[in-house]
Write a protein that binds this ligand. Structure first.
Ligand code: ASP
Length: 450
């Protein structure tokens, strides 16, 4: 069984990194389906190639040339090519391709933007195939259209279409090593469409699911997923193993190592995911699996999500009013607002929403609608909230996790505004004021990990 290996932008930012990536690919004959991102940042002040291409496209869409941003992106490839010792002309097709994209029609702004964005990955995949060929390795670039990566026609936020899986399955029969560009596919109309940002993780997961890979290796720039955000907790513990459900909860609330939409294809096909470090490939990394072997560890991580708000409403005898909840959520639906959680009491309900979805305009209309349709006695919106989550499947079988968590928060003088636990008992969530977020994460980490 083959392995699907995906390399992120930081793993492809310099010639040295590209060399390392090619060493990793050739070190294991099972690594036969490779997904690459576009070159990322070389240092913290740097700009990703994708961001340069977006900047160039935005300029052109604003009626300007976008030439300098595009030239900067081309220069990134040229410097990688020359530092690798490849002939200078190897970068010429990349320069022509990006220039052609820049000068293509802007009549459909979304299509134009996605065509530009996809240029980063597409050219990187061609380059990696060439670098491997120069090492006498049988490697071929494949275009996502030829391979059958069919996506919904939602520019910048596409979803895979179910029929893509059957088409992509035959990728495993290709000879040698296949280099597949991440981040984009094609709509049924034949147009380039991209996933949301960071979407090369999704491409890799779809391919791994389609070919039923032995493992989906996701190479990035950290040794593993950590039990808490390292910018909040000093040197948090690495997580050796966690389940899809646990990873889903952690990435929902801010863990950004792995794109949250990338879990679904591998979860459905039950392909394990191995998060690994390009700069330390010998390290075991983090394994995401259907079921954990180390089930005696109740909690795997503490996550936090900032910038949420809550619509709170109460009405005497609300529990008897059939359809109250449906009508409330319908009002949000009509405004295209997605809700996160709906904790409720006998005569009250709260709806937790990401702050960015509830603009002040929408808030006004929603409140008005709720007043008219549901006639609550009390209704108000609270902003500046955070959700802190204690995540771990082991809590299902462990008594006292809630007591320890609330005790830790009380000990740190953090006021809990809301508690929510899903019926699957994978996580426990606390709504708190944003100003207390860091203190809360540190207190919960200390309680469960120190
Ligand atoms: N290059 C794209 C981005 O920066 C996709 C990716 O890196 O996964 O979002």
């Amino acid at each position: 069984m083959l392995k699907v290996s995906k390399f992120g932008g930081s793993s492809l930012a310099t010639a040295e990194q590209v060399r390392r990536v090619c060493d990793i690919i050739t070190a294991d004959p099972k690594r036969r389906l490779i997904v690459v991102s576009a070159p990322g940042k070389r240092h913290s002040q740097d700009i990703k190639v994708t961001d340069l291409l977006i900047a160039a496209a935005s300029e052109r869409l604003a009626g300007k040339l976008g030439a300098s941003e595009c030239a900067e992106a081309i220069e990134r490839y040229r410097s990688i090519v020359s530092e690798l010792g490849l002939p200078t002309k190897s970068a010429d097709p990349i320069a022509s391709d990006l220039t052609e994209r820049l000068e293509s029609s802007t009549a459909d702004a979304d299509l134009y933007m996605d065509t530009m964005k996809a240029g980063g990955e597409d050219n990187c995949a061609r380059l990696i195939a060439e670098v491997l060929q120069a090492r006498d390795v049988e490697a071929h670039y494949v275009n996502p259209k030829d391979a059958g990566l069919l996506l919904s026609d939602e520019p910048g936020n596409a979803q895979v279409l179910p029929e893509a899986y059957g088409r992509l399955r035959s990728l495993q029969e290709r000879p040698g090593i296949t280099i597949f560009p991440g981040f984009f596919g094609y709509s049924k109309q034949g147009n380039v469409v991209t996933f949301s940002r960071g979407g090369s993780d999704i491409t890799g997961a779809i391919l791994a699911g389609a070919v039923r890979a032995a493992v989906y290796e996701n190479f990035t720039d950290v040794d593993s997923v950590f039990a808490a955000n390292p910018s909040i907790v000093k040197q948090p513990a690495p997580i050796a193993e966690l389940t899809y459900r646990e990873m889903r909860e952690l990435s929902y609330a801010g863990f950004s190592v792995f794109h949250d939409e990338a879990l679904e294809p591998v979860y459905r096909a039950q392909v394990p995911v191995n998060i690994k470090n390009t700069n330390n490939p010998e390290a075991a990394g983090t394994l995401i699996v259907p079921n954990r072997t180390s089930s005696e560890i109740p909690i795997v991580g503490i996550a936090a999500m900032d910038s949420v708000c809550c619509i709170y409403l109460s009405k005497y005898l609300m529990n008897r009013e059939i359809g109250f909840g449906r009508r409330l959520l319908q009002i949000l639906e009509a405004e295209d607002i997605s809700f996160e959680h709906v904790p409720s009491g006998i005569d009250n309900m709260s709806v937790i929403i990401r702050e960015e979805s509830l603009t002040l305009d929408k808030e006004k209309r929603v409140i008005e609608q709720i007043r008219q349709t549901l006639a609550p006695e009390d209704i108000y919106v609270e902003r500046g909230l955070s959700l802190v989550m204690v995540v771990g499947e082991g809590m299902r079988h462990t008594i006292g996790i809630a007591a320890r968590a609330t005790g830790a928060l009380a000990g740190a003088s953090v006021n809990i505004e809301m508690i929510n636990q899903g019926s699957n008992e994978v996580s426990m969530m606390f709504g708190i004021k944003s100003k207390d977020m860091e203190t809360a994460v540190q207190a919960l980490y200390a309680e469960f990990f120190d």
